[in-house]
Design a protein around this ligand. Structure first.
Ligand code: SF4
Length: 239
């Protein structure tokens, strides 16, 4: 059982994090993870529409495999992924386009409601603050922070998804164990220099897709095996 001890948190940072970080960066050098893929679509989209794509991609991503999400986004972009066009698209057709992402029926509803708000209040753009993003149906803190970073290039917080949450836990990158991604975000933000907030999400997501997998992480291939509490317990016959 973890006992929380009241200590002075100021100045805390994980041991060896700079080396661990550098190693992960090295393992991600070839940028060959699913999250690094460029979307291949023929239509030309404006900057405003591309921001909308970021938001929709994030809305589809919860409880959905990265590969499934990527394929759904490709279909939507081929169909015409603009606020106006999605509002014109029937729920049935939208469902067919995003299926089989997790909770696709609910997401059809949320996307339609969000598009209406974007049209009425934001001239078909997406809001530019975390507070306003959080008011959109189906958008939680993780999505809002990632959206600010990817769509607006304003990293006001670290985007912590399931990969970042898991890896930060394994590396003990927060002073106390964190149950939720939101707690992990606060824990990471307390010590990670702001200049790395943008990079850390995509770096860890790809690392989580290729090496530090949700089940059976490939510790044998990981440069951090000796520095990571999980890696240190790893034995070849366990893989
Ligand atoms: S040693 Fe294993 S658990 Fe630790 S970061 Fe590497 S892959 Fe993940």
């Amino acid at each position: 059982m973890h006992i929380k001890v009241e200590v002075d948190d100021e100045g805390w940072e994980p041991d060896n994090w700079r080396i661990v970080y550098k190693n992960i960066r090295k393992m991600r050098e070839d940028k060959s993870a699913i999250c690094d893929r460029e979307y291949k679509y023929k239509k030309k989209y404006s900057a405003k529409e591309k921001r909308f794509h970021v938001l929709i991609g994030l809305m589809l991503s919860s409880r959905t495999q990265d590969e499934t999400n990527h394929a759904a986004m490709e279909r939507l972009k081929e169909h015409g992924l603009t606020v106006e066009n999605i509002l014109k698209t029937s729920d049935k057709k939208l469902g067919e386009l995003i299926y089989p992402v997790g909770f696709w029926r609910t997401k059809v509803k949320y996307i339609k409601e969000t598009c209406q708000v974007l049209k009425d209040k934001y001239d078909c753009d997406i809001p530019r603050t975390v507070k306003e993003l959080l008011q959109l149906k189906g958008v939680g803190p993780k999505m809002a922070y990632l959206c600010m970073c990817s769509a607006w290039d304003e990293c006001v917080g670290i985007g912590v998804d399931t990969h970042v949450h898991r890896i930060a836990g394994r590396l003990e990158w927060t002073q106390h164990p964190c149950k939720t991604p939101e707690d992990t975000r606060k824990g990471l933000e307390s010590w990670l220099p702001k200049s790395r907030w943008k990079e850390v999400n995509i770096m860890l997501v790809g690392f989580g897709q290729q090496i530090c997998l949700p089940v059976n992480p490939k510790c044998g291939e990981c440069l951090n095996r000796e520095l990571c509490p999980v890696g240190r317990k790893w034995k070849p016959d366990k893989e």
